[in-house]
Design a binder for this molecule. Structure first.
Ligand SMILES: Cc1cc2nc3c(=O)[nH]c(=O)nc-3n(C[C@H](O)[C@H](O)[C@H](O)COP(=O)(O)O)c2cc1C
Length: 320
C-alpha cells in the first residue's frame, strides 16, 4: 500500500515539517503492525496547477482514462493521488480558507473523478463493450488533513479544514483524522511544540492503521466536533430548528440542554453525507434531472438565447 504526503506550504517550513512528521507516524505504525506501506512526500508550492476551464473534456475518457486538456503539473499530482491508498494533505490557511492551489486541484480532480458518475459510466461501458475506466477510480482511499494557520484565534482558520474535505468527498474517500494547527505565529516553529508534533505523528499512525479497513470500522483521530461525519463545527442555520452541515450536506435538529447547543443528525442523514456513494448518487441524479429539464428548453429557445448572447458578447466596457 502507498501513502502520499502532500504539503502545499513553503518548502521546508511548517506544512512540510508536519507532513513529514505524519509520514514518520505512518512508517512507525507500518513497522509495528507489519503492514507493507510505502510512503512518498511531495511539496507542491512551485507546481503549476491552473484553474479548471469547465470545458467538460474530462468526462469523455474515450480510452478509459480521464484526461484534463490542461497540460500542467496537475497531471503529475493526479497520478500520484490515483496511485495512493492513503493521502495526507497539509496546507496553509490563506485568507481564512485553503490555499488557491488546493482549490484548483480539487476542482479539476473532484468533479472529473466523481465516484457515483464513474460507477454509472463503468456500468454503461460494460453493457456497450466500450473500453473500461481505470480501476484506480474505484479504489477506497483514506485521508487525513492538517490546516496550518498563523492566527491564534480559530475564527481566522475556520474554513481551512472544512474546505480540505472537498478534496475527498467526490471520490468517497474516508477521512480518518484531522488537525487544525492554528496558532503557528506565537508557537514560532513546530519543533518548539512537542504536543502538536506528537499529535501529528499519532494522526499518521492512525491513518496507517486504517488502510484497508472497511469505512464503517475505521477509527477517528482528532476532535469529535458537532457533525458526526466530518467532525467539524460549521453549521448553516435557516431560522428553524433544523441546521445543515455545509461540509457533508446533512440536516440535523438543534436542541439546547443546560445552555449547551446540541445537534442530532439522524442515521438516515449520516448515510447520505456528501462523501458517501449514497450522497454522491443523490447529486448524480440531481445533475441528470437538471439535464432532463434544461436540454429541451435550450432547444426550444435556441434562437432567442443566441441573439441575447450576441448582445452580451458585444458589451465590452473599459476604463477610459
Ligand atoms: C497570503 C497569506 C494569507 C494568510 N492568511 C491567513 C489566515 O487567514 N489565517 C491564518 O491563520 N493564517 C494565515 N496566513 C499565515 C499562514 O497560514 C502561516 O504562515 C502558515 O505557517 C504558512 O504555512 P507554511 O509555513 O507551511 O508555508 C496567511 C499567510 C499568507 C502568506
Amino acid at each position: 500500500m502507498k501513502v502520499l504526503g502532500i504539503s502545499m506550504g513553503r518548502k521546508n517550513e511548517r506544512s512540510d515539517i508536519y507532513c513529514k512528521q505524519a509520514l514518520m507516524g505512518v512508517e512507525a505504525a507500518a513497522k509495528a503492525s507489519g503492514k507493507e506501506i510505502e510512503v512518498e512526500f511531495i511539496n507542491t508550492v512551485t507546481m503549476d496547477i491552473e484553474q479548471c476551464r469547465g470545458c467538460g473534456a474530462c468526462s469523455k475518457a474515450p480510452d478509459g482514462k480521464i484526461k484534463c486538456i490542461l497540460k500542467d503539473d496537475y497531471l503529475e499530482l493526479e497520478e500520484k493521488v490515483l496511485d495512493a491508498d492513503g493521502i495526507i494533505i497539509v496546507a496553509p490557511v490563506y485568507s481564512v480558507g485553503i490555499v488557491g492551489q488546493l482549490k484548483n486541484f480539487l476542482d479539476r480532480f473532484g468533479a472529473a473523478h466523481d465516484r457515483a458518475s464513474m460507477i454509472d459510466e463503468q456500468n454503461k461501458r460494460r453493457q456497450d463493450g466500450r473500453p473500461l475506466l481505470d480501476e484506480r477510480y474505484f479504489k477506497d482511499r483514506y485521508c487525513s488533513y492538517i490546516a496550518v494557520g498563523g492566527a491564534w484565534t480559530e475564527d481566522w482558520t475556520c474554513l481551512g479544514l472544512p474546505m480540505m474535505h472537498l478534496f475527498s468527498c467526490s471520490q468517497a474517500m474516508k477521512v480518518v483524522g484531522q488537525i487544525n494547527a492554528n496558532d503557528q505565529g506565537r508557537k514560532t516553529s513546530p519543533f518548539l511544540d512537542p504536543p502538536m508534533m506528537a499529535d501529528v505523528f499519532a494522526m499518521g499512525e492512525n491513518l496507517a492503521n486504517n488502510l484497508g479497513v472497511p469505512y464503517e470500522e475505521t477509527t477517528w483521530f482528532g476532535k469529535e466536533g458537532t457533525c458526526p461525519v466530518c467532525h467539524l463545527n460549521l453549521l448553516m442555520v435557516n431560522g428553524t430548528d433544523t441546521v445543515t452541515c455545509p461540509v457533508c450536506g446533512i440536516h440535523g435538529k438543534i436542541t439546547v440542554e443546560d445552555g449547551k447547543l446540541r445537534v442530532n443528525f439522524p442515521k438516515e442523514q449520516i448515510a447520505r453525507a456528501r462523501n458517501t456513494i449514497t450522497g454522491l448518487n443523490e447529486h448524480h441524479a440531481e445533475i441528470g434531472e437538471m439535464m432532463r429539464i434544461c436540454i429541451p428548453i435550450l432547444q426550444e429557445k435556441k434562437e432567442f438565447l443566441a441573439e441575447k448572447k450576441k448582445e452580451y458578447m458585444a458589451y465590452k466596457p473599459k476604463w477610459s
